[in-house]
Design a protein around this ligand. Structure first.
Ligand code: SAM
Length: 218
């Protein structure tokens, strides 16, 4: 599937989702088919979200590229992801961060967290991505502060623990809005201990972030 992967990356670059060599190389390297249920592997390089079970999805490749570019990732950074799913986005971020960086990724559904761990082990990202089972809206205080934090599920408002676990100078990216479909991707820059700058990136559609500082379970 390498040719299909390279072709998708070429198109994402042409359209403008991929802007940097680092993100291009990472998306050329990480095999998306390894982060999908077997039945969906033939569609790994179609630019769309796909079901992964438990009512959840793997994000579309253009969204993963957008997240990586907006976060402005640098080698060696410590990054927190909320919503591991099957682990694909975390692997792409880990690839951009290089050998000295690390991704902590929180997933609330046990079966998905287990599959993500297996996928990351099989593809060689086990040491670069730590998967944690829990409520990501609380953040991960044990390893805070983080250079970058991003959510791959949408919250009703920006969870306060995520803001406080960001380094000064760090960035937080999270979809905020309706429980389903209509959300705004928000980028927050921590300018000082108590000063945050908020920027709206545009409309997105993510699954809900369920937890103490997110949506209630229905
Ligand atoms: N990062 C994934 C990828 O690589 O494609 C996308 C996963 S999916 C769009 C969002 C995930 O967020 C789901 O697996 C869902 O179970 C998870 N989620 C929702 N609320 C959460 C929470 N409070 N803490 C951790 N994970 C959460």
């Amino acid at each position: 599937m390498i040719n299909e992967r390279l072709e998708l990356v070429r198109r994402l670059q042409e359209i403008g989702y991929i802007k940097t060599d680092e993100v291009k190389k990472a998306m050329e390297t990480v095999p998306r088919e390894e982060f999908l249920p077997a039945s969906n592997r033939p569609y790994a390089y179609v630019d769309q979200p796909l079901p992964i079970g438990e009512g959840q999805t793997i994000s579309a490749p253009h969204m993963v590229a957008m997240i990586c570019e907006i976060l402005s990732l640098e080698e060696g950074m410590k990054v927190l992801e909320i919503g591991t799913g099957f682990g694909y986005n975390a692997a792409v971020v880990a690839e951009v961060l290089g050998p000295t960086g690390h991704v902590y990724s929180i997933e609330r559904i046990p079966s998905l967290a287990e599959i993500a761990k297996d996928n990351l082990k099989r593809t060689g990202y086990e040491d670069k991505v730590t998967v944690i089972l829990g409520d990501g809206t609380r953040g991960y205080k044990e390893n805070s502060p983080f250079d970058r934090i991003y959510g791959t599920a949408s919250a009703p408002s920006v969870p306060e623990p995520l803001k406080s676990q960001l380094k000064v100078g760090g960035r937080l990216l999270i979809p905020v809005g309706e429980r389903t479909y209509f959300q705004d991707l928000i980028c927050i820059l921590r300018k000082s201990e108590d000063e945050y700058e908020k920027k709206s990136i545009g409309g997105v559609a993510f699954v809900p972030m369920i937890g103490d500082h997110g949506w209630p379970e229905k």
